[in-house]
Design a protein. Structure first.
Length: 127
């Protein structure tokens, strides 16, 4: 009984929304696709009140899905011409001479800084 009651309440509350959406759909879009969509929208409303089935509204547009998973070899063939690009933003560190990316910390200097910080925190001398 509760399911029937909640279904009736849902229809009553959402009927206003669906009619507003239907009017907006018909007034804004004027293409062959829109007439197709409007036909299915109105048919679905007439058949089930305000409840509708998405498959009826979208029709054959839902059929445009792949039937099988794309194989590994086909994925590799498709991405074969997309190789790695050379990095042009690699520079030398001013303090230690190691290579690092521009606007990034040098890994060697950062490691040394963390080591010194840990030694100071533990109260040990690092020299």
């Amino acid at each position: 009984m509760a399911a029937i009651l909640s279904s009736a309440i849902f229809r009553r509350q959402n009927s206003r929304y669906f009619s507003i959406y239907n009017d907006a759909l018909s007034s804004t879009i004027s293409t062959p696709l829109s007439t197709y969509m409007q036909t299915f929208w109105k048919d679905s409303q007439r058949k089930a009140g305000t409840m509708f089935d998405l498959a009826q509204i979208l029709g054959p547009f839902l059929w445009a899905v792949p039937k099988k998973k794309t194989s590994h070899s086909k994925k590799r063939m498709r991405s074969a011409n997309k190789g790695l690009k050379d990095k042009t933003n690699i520079v030398d560190c001013h303090s230690c001479g190691q290579k690092h990316l521009v606007h990034h910390l040098c890994h060697n200097c950062y490691k040394d800084f963390k080591y010194r910080e840990k030694m100071e925190r533990d109260g040990l001398s690092f020299y």
